[in-house]
Structure formats: C-alpha cells, structure tokens
Design a protein around this ligand. Structure first.
Ligand code: MLT
Ligand code: MN
Ligand code: ZN
Length: 309
C-alpha cells in the first residue's frame, strides 16, 4: 500500500491567507523551520496506478499539480484518481470536490450524514451523478472500494464514528451543546490493502479519545491522527479565535486528555499528526513543543510525505 500526504494542515492551511500569527509570518518569509502546508488530504493506492483521495481539500488542484502520480497518463482526459472518500463535511474536506468537475469519472464515498450535506448544496451538482456516483459507506462496516465503473481498487475501508461535531457551517445554535451533531458527522477510517492485508488508520478529526476508538486503534501499525491544536486554549490565548479546541471538535496534542497521553497505553507502531492548525507550535521545527511530540514518539506530517507498507 502506498500513502502520500497531500495536505497536512488544518482548515486555512499554513500560512493561512489572513493570519499574521508568528508561525504564519515565519512560513510566509520562507523560514526553513516553518515549512508551508496545504489543507488536510491523503492519497492511498494499492497498485500505485489508481488512487483513493481521502478528503478533498480546497487546495486539491495544487496538491495534484505537485504529485506526478496523480497526473493524467493516457488519452486526452484522464486521472489516476479513481475514488474520493470524505471523513466529514467541513469546508477543508469537501471544498476540493469543486476542483474535480470537468466530467472525469470517479466514485465518491462518505457516510450518510456527509452525503446528505452534499445533497443539500446544489453547487455539488457540478459533479454529475452518472459520472461521479455517490456511494454510502455504512458506519461500522467494511466496504471494498470500486471506481466509478465498478472496478475494484484493491482497497477496502472500514468506517467508524469518532467523537466529533457537525460541520462548522451547519452548527445549530438552538440545538444545545451538540450544535445538532449526529452520528456519522465525523468518521475515522481504517484503510486496508486487500492484497497484503496491511492497514492504516486515518483520523484527521477527533474531539476526544473514546473507549471505542482506543480499542480500535490498539496494536495498529500506523495511525494518522488529529493534531489540530497543541493546547486546547491556544487560539484563545493568541487572540486568533474565540473558540477552544474542544469547542471546535478537536482533541489537543498535549494535556492529560490529549492525544499523546491517550495513546500512551496503546501499542501503536507509528503515530503521525495530521490536520495541524497554523497556530500549533509543532509546525515549527525549532519549537520546544515539536521536540516534545517527537520525544513522545510522534511524527509531524508534512506535505508530500510518502509511506509504503
Ligand atoms: C475544523 O476542522 O475545525 C474545520 O475545518 C473548521 C472549518 O471548516 O473551517
Ligand atoms: Mn478541518
Ligand atoms: Zn497563523
């Protein structure tokens, strides 16, 4: 199985267009300790020929341009992207679907709640349902992925719910602390290479480590995990936002309930933070926070990171 991180930053990317925080400023000036990153996406392939893109970020056009294995190969119109899987309906994960118009066939997979969000926005009708079939990935089930024509990709996906939140633009302030969140608004994936049987977990959004989630991840070979914020209050303290990480549906990297602490009892071989917000100091290679995550056995994803299993 081949994996390529197309985008390792959270919504907004690094630097974010309107952000003047220390990290974004350093990234903008070409500081080698502050490498720019595009928004959250992963490409996966069993054969190196046909690819699944997990989450379609608004930076997808740029990500494809930077990735030769995703370029057209034969004929006038072609794409190695055979399928797209969405783990939630936030803008950083669905906006890039609009880049995939132009009549190219691919299969679009998501849980019911996420498909319903697409159904509710006429703009996604630029993806003709005949060329881009929308397929439901049932929660808790394993699905063998196929391209638009039904040809198997050699990949299977297990979809499972994780603690999370409804998409930001669909939050219902009248619905109390859940903001109208329902099961399936945020899912994690186990991506399985059907030939080798090897698998990896991709969880770019998780509000907390639940018992069900930790049981699932126990013993995993490789987990990509939500690394949005280092501290729950970092955006509040920096004056960047009025929201805590918890309020945004993201676990923190540090702290007693954070990702590092939550993984401590789990024998996960390789752990990589993805979906990293521009306020998170782990993006800066010279920060003490970066040193802390690496000492704890974690890696920080960067764009273009490739892994072969
Ligand atoms: C998030 O992960 O919190 C979202 O991407 C926020 C957003 O949609 O801007
Ligand atoms: Mn996001
Ligand atoms: Zn910033």
């Amino acid at each position: 199985m081949m994996l390529r991180v197309l985008g390792s930053a959270a919504g907004g990317g690094f630097p974010q267009w309107n952000c003047n925080c220390t990290g974004c400023r350093r990234a903008r000036t070409g500081d080698p300790a502050a490498t720019p990153r595009t928004q959250s996406s992963l490409a996966v392939s069993s054969d190196g020929e046909r690819w699944l893109v997990v989450n379609a970020s608004p930076d997808l056009r740029q990500q494809i341009l930077q990735t030769p294995s995703l370029h057209p190969r034969t004929g006038l119109r072609d794409s190695p992207i055979a399928a797209v899987f969405l783990t939630n309906a936030d803008v950083d994960h669905i906006g890039g679907l609009l880049n995939l118009r132009e009549g190219q066939p691919f299969a679009l997979y998501a849980a019911r709640r996420v498909l319903d969000v697409l159904e509710g926005s006429a703009v996604f009708n630029v993806l003709n349902r005949e060329t881009v079939p929308r397929r439901e990935a049932p929660l808790g089930a394993r699905v063998a992925l196929q391209d638009a024509e039904g040809v198997p990709l050699g990949l299977a996906v297990e979809t499972f719910t994780v603690p999370g939140k409804v998409a930001l633009f669909l939050e219902d302030p009248e619905a109390g602390p859940s903001f109208g969140t329902a099961e399936g608004d945020t899912v994690g994936l186990r991506l399985i290479d059907e030939r080798s049987g090897r698998s990896v977990f991709y969880v770019p959004n998780a509000a907390a480590m639940s018992r069900g989630l930790s049981e699932r991840l126990q013993g995993a070979e490789l987990v990509f995990f939500d690394g949005t914020l280092y501290r729950d209050d970092e955006m509040l303290k920096a004056g960047l936002s009025g929201k805590s990480g918890r309020r945004m549906g993201h676990i923190s990297v540090s702290g007693p309930d954070g990702a590092i602490a939550s993984f401590e009892g789990l024998s996960v071989k390789r752990k990589i933070f993805v979906h990293i917000n521009n306020s998170n100091p782990i993006l800066l290679t010279d920060s003490p926070e970066r040193e802390a995550v690496e000492s704890a056995g974690w890696e920080v994803a960067c764009d273009g990171m490739e892994i072969e299993l």
